[in-house]
Ligand binder design. Sequence first.
Ligand code: SAM
Length: 202
Amino acid sequence: MKSIFYMHPFLYEFGIRFLYFDGLSILKDIIGKQKEVFEPACGYGRVKKFIYSCCKYSGIDLNERFIRYGRKKKRDIYVGNILDIKQYKNSDVIILSDILHHLTIKDVKKLVSIAVQYAREKIVIVEPEFVTAAGKKNIFSRLLGKFMSVTDFDGINEIEKWLSKKEYESLFQELKDSHHNIEKLKIKRFRKHYFVEMFVNG
Ligand SMILES: C[S@@+](CC[C@H](N)C(=O)[O-])C[C@H]1O[C@@H](n2cnc3c(N)ncnc32)[C@H](O)[C@@H]1O
């Protein structure tokens, strides 16, 4: 059964505000103005309020309740599977926010290899850094990982493994190295999040 946070979008919104505050505020600088932004796994479209209002934002997600909740807030979001290439559209920026840790490494690679075909400028990955606490090799981390796998179960993906900082950083590098059209990688840390920019060479 999916976690209560994924059943009730208002609970998710409340929880995430409590956890992250304005942790995504750096997105304005990273994305810039007048951009077309597409978000696979958009939830209810939380990211929209962290980017400039002159950007054109849209997204897809499989959680129908989240989509209904976001659409009531006038967000241009639809039900769709992020691993289905037919659901994508060309955009200046494709943002992957808070989704990588939900997926298997195989699906992360598939997701990025789809996104790279549709991003005109860059892919931006946002991952909460605190989840790496569950990627350490001690009893406390294992227990934390088990707890987080239940509370963060989206009803779609079983969380396979929590990554450590080192594993995240080598995953980002591997994603870059395995796509010849990703020409540059920039990793920033801001308010306990990774912000990874993968610049795409048109
Ligand atoms: C932690 S939430 C992040 C939501 C949003 N990106 C944000 O930052 O607020 C992860 C989202 O991924 C969605 N998701 C997971 N696997 C998916 C898939 N295969 N296709 C579409 N959405 C998916 C879930 O429904 C959930 O809304």
